[in-house]
Design a protein around this ligand. Structure first.
Ligand SMILES: CC(C)(COP(=O)(O)OP(=O)(O)OC[C@H]1O[C@@H](n2cnc3c(N)ncnc32)[C@H](O)[C@@H]1OP(=O)(O)O)[C@@H](O)C(=O)NCCC(=O)NCCS
Length: 142
């Protein structure tokens, strides 16, 4: 198992995981735009050349933001989310970011538990951030 920088040959796998993971899904252009953005780290978790998950991290000046993280449903609860989070923290340390932010749906217990297990703290709510739900804002101080 290894994490590689996104390349276009992985796009179909990524779009499948995206559709299986989110209600408001990203389209091809959004993924390709992220991949081209110099302030973004877009990595894909591969096993036997098949994508099992991915994360998208933005680092601007001293702030980092986890834009997205997802694991293919069949491979959840096998510590792959933790594996990617550990890599995110390593990248953030290298970039010398002081804070890492993210937003998650209030009802997204798996994600909230994952982030909290890495020390993220809830710092606020964004009302109706998603069309149908509030977002919890979490932050980890480096
Ligand atoms: C959130 C997500 C990435 C976690 O990936 P995962 O590989 O299943 O997570 P892990 O196996 O590494 O689990 C890490 C921790 O997360 C928490 N967790 C994961 N799934 C959980 C669940 N179904 N219920 C409660 N807690 C859960 C637990 O604290 C777990 O630690 P533990 O196994 O020691 O109890 C995955 O559920 C996912 O892709 N969800 C859909 C996309 C999404 O919501 N992304 C986050 C957007 S903010």
């Amino acid at each position: 198992m290894n994490l590689v920088i996104f390349s276009e040959d992985l796009l179909d796998d990524i779009l499948k995981i995206e559709r299986e993971s989110f209600i408001d899904t990203w389209n091809i252009e959004m993924f390709l735009g992220s991949a081209q953005n110099k302030t973004v780290i877009f990595k894909v978790l591969l096993k036997n050349k098949i994508a099992l998950g991915y994360y998208i991290l933005s680092t601007v000046v001293d702030e980092a933001e986890i834009i997205s993280i997802a694991v293919s449903p069949k491979f959840r609860r096998q510590n792959l989310g933790k594996f990617m989070m550990a890599d995110i923290l390593k990248e953030v340390l290298q970039k010398k970011s002081k804070f890492i932010f993210l937003e998650a749906r209030k009802s997204n217990t798996p994600a909230l538990n994952l982030y909290k297990s890495f020390g993220f703290k809830e710092i606020g709510l964004r009302k109706n951030y998603y069309k149908d739900e509030d977002a919890v804002v979490l932050r980890l101080d480096n």
